[in-house]
Design a protein around this ligand. Structure first.
Ligand code: NAD
Ligand code: DAU
Length: 349
């Protein structure tokens, strides 16, 4: 199969590329990525030399570029490319609407014209908004996004749905919970805790820290996407959760324990505006139709993730430091200390 992956230089997209190349040796992948602050070729260093992977730098909003990519006998698309961080969308939502809504519309249009046989849109559980205590969202739950990021993803999600209903364009939509694992940009909570704890920096916990997220190891998300790409039903939505709900402050405590760092690093800061209290999904549909269940226990996934960041200080330096530091300064108005020495010493400082 000849596959286009958009956003393949980012966190989940790059892990998906690794997964596909390992699992499906005859497949080839065209990776279309703009290389924004969160995408980086260092994230693809291990697949760079694989002849089955071709990197194309380009914007999904650039119709001509997208046409060029889709004119090469592509059969299927897995669309990850997005502005993905809620806090950034609160500071400025323009890029979110542009990439997430208009970029998706451009891809859908060109893919339809090119006769693409399958288009998997990687949406998010955030489109449902906050889950009331004791309830889990099903694929039929109404969409009620609360952040500009979530609203822009809901826009893309609904456009994809409309392309199926209007044109019978073979779209499948996935809505996954919070991913964690290797290669995640350290603005996101888990790698942020790891990298800041290594530096002995305070760890900002929003509000009371009792917001709940359902954490899924990134490879479990990738296996679900693989199953959906091959066996999902056109026009359908699939929720993908891990049933692994933890309050934020508990996640932070566990990571500090794994790193042997003190809890005194936890610093409760002003809450995120519009902060969703809880995310929780019912994923029985994916389990029943596709036989998919996540297989990585949280303790194991978290340990693997922490170990990965400890042994990949070079990646962190190259990929994350500059963008992350200036972002953090904007967010908190403070100067950042260095990551370099601590990570170079394998986190032992
Ligand atoms: P990420 O920020 O790590 O990666 C996004 C990638 O998209 C980057 O490589 C970036 O360069 C690229 N990109 C951004 N704008 C682009 C554009 N205009 N044209 C081409 N490429 C562009 O994000 P991620 O965490 O890997 O998320 C990937 C997808 O999964 C997103 O659609 C996100 O909404 C969705 N998702 C993420 C999670 C999560 O927990 N991280 C959970 C559910 C769904
Ligand atoms: O649920 C899926 C979504 O998960 C994806 O669609 C998004 O792309 C992804 O970024 C993620 O969104 P969240 O907002 O849940 O993730 P984030 O890592 O930003 O925050 C996780 C929780 O931790 C959230 O309740 C906010 C809190 N938090 C986050 C940061 C960055 C803090 O308390 N302190 C922080 O510094």
């Amino acid at each position: 199969m000849k596959l286009v992956v958009t956003g393949g230089a980012g966190f989940i997209g790059s892990n998906f590329i690794r997964y596909v190349l390992a699992k499906h040796p005859p497949y080839s992948i065209l990776n279309l990525d703009k290389l924004t602050y969160s995408g980086n070729l260092h994230t693809l260093r291990d697949v760079g030399a694989d002849a089955r992977h071709t990197f194309v730098r380009g914007d999904i909003c650039d119709r001509r570029k997208v046409q060029e990519v889709f004119s090469t006998g592509v059969e299927a698309v897995v669309h990850f490319a997005a502005e993905s961080h809620v806090d950034r969308s609160i500071m400025d939502s323009a890029a979110f609407v542009k990439t997430n809504v208009l970029g998706t519309q451009c891809l859908l249009d060109v893919a339809r014209q090119a006769g693409i046989k399958r288009f998997v849109l990687v949406s998010t559980d955030e489109v449902y908004g906050s889950a009331p205590a004791g309830e889990k969202f099903t694929e039929e739950s109404p969409l009620a996004p609360n952040s500009p990021y979530a609203a822009s993803k809901a826009g893309a999600d609904l456009l994809a749905r409309a392309y199926f209903r209007t044109y019978r364009f073979p779209v499948i939509i996935t809505r996954c919970t919070n991913n964690y694992g290797p290669y995640q940009y350290p603005e996101k909570f888990i790698p942020l805790i790891i990298t800041r704890a290594l530096e002995g920096q305070d760890i900002p916990v929003y509000g009371d820290g009792l917001q709940v997220r359902d954490w899924i190891y990134v490879m479990d998300h990738c296996t679900a996407l693989g199953a959906i790409l091959h066996n999902g039903r056109e026009g359908q939505v699939y929720n993908l959760g891990a049933g692994n709900e933890w309050p934020n402050v508990e996640i932070a405590r566990r990571i500090l324990q794994l790193l042997g760092k003190p809890e005194s690093l936890l610093t409760f800061v002003q809450d995120r505006p519009g902060h969703d209290r809880r995310y929780a999904l019912n994923s029985e549909k994916a389990e029943k139709e596709l036989g998919w269940v996540p297989s990585t226990p949280f303790e194991e996934g978290l340990k693997k993730t922490v170990d990965w960041y400890l042994s990949n200080g070079d990646w962190l330096q190259r990929v994350a430091a500059r963008g992350y530091r200036s972002y953090y300064r904007k967010q908190y108005g403070r100067r950042e200390a260095t990551l370099a020495e601590i990570l170079d010493q394998g986190g032992k400082k």
